[in-house]
Design a protein around this ligand. Sequence first.
Ligand SMILES: *[C@@H]1O[C@H](CO)[C@@H](O)[C@H](O)[C@H]1NC(C)=O
Length: 324
Amino acid sequence: MAFYLVFTALVGLCSVSSVAELLRLEQQAKADGSLSFLVVGDWGRRGSFNQSRVALQMGRVGEELDIDFVVSTGDNFYDNGLSGIHDTAFEKSFSKVYTAPSLQKQWYNVLGNHDYRGKVEAQLSPILTKMDSRWLCLRSFILNAEIVEFFFVDTTPFVDKYFTDPEDHDYDWKGVLPRQAYLSNLLQDVDTALRDSTAKWKIVVGHHTIRSAGHHGDTVELVDQLLPILQANSVDLYINGHDHCLEHISSPDSPIQFLTSGGGSKAWRGDVQWWNPEELKFYYDGQGFMSVQITASQVDVAFYDVFGEVLHKWSTSKELNLPM
Ligand SMILES: *[C@@H]1O[C@H](CO)[C@@H](O)[C@H](O)[C@H]1NC(C)=O
């Protein structure tokens, strides 16, 4: 009996410390429960490299789709993140670029590897939100919108080479070390949150690719450590940036669609590797962005270039669970 009590107490303690730590936010859907949003990645270059043209078209499409929010897949400020909360890049690359009325919505930002080269805590700071109320950047978090749940994952700390071969870059790992504990906690939190989710659609967002035919290709650390968790929990979409292109890959062994929206400014023309054409549904090596529209029964994805032309569309549906 005594043993049992001690045991239960211990288990209780352990489960307290491993309880999902991910912050949970709520996103209001439209009156009919549907949602629409834009996704842009790899963008902050003070308007240059077509960032402003992409922003203009985002504004137009955002209005057309009556978007509820914007997702940024990271690499928010080039080349080296923000140097502090007073870095003028915040205004010049964000506030004064995405000026269209339809883009005056909540932005959900993750960090990319370039952001880790600056003062990470500056981007995470609520002071930025005071300067521009659209701004929200967190390392990893959950966004609940009823029919869909989003799981934002901080992918940069997974990548070995930033630690073993940082070249001449100075990464700000404050808050990440010890690395193995950070990663295993994060993976466990994501796994638990995905398993507990009752949302019709599950979308995971990170900066780094899992599958990509672009310059960086697959991120092996994520293929090894994150992908199995996404597959085991029937994730519908994995959305990322990092490769400066627009891309859609599906795979024969899982229903996950791999969507890259990393065309927010500088693009890498011609930088594409061979990929099985049955899986590579779309690849564009110029600038642009992506839109997603979600209802309880359907997801519609579209990719756009700097002229706002639709380059690729994809849809999927699930049966509605009708009330009995
Ligand atoms: C801007 O976009 C146009 C149209 O895709 C392209 O021709 C041009 O090279 C781009 N400019 C830059 C600096 O990438």
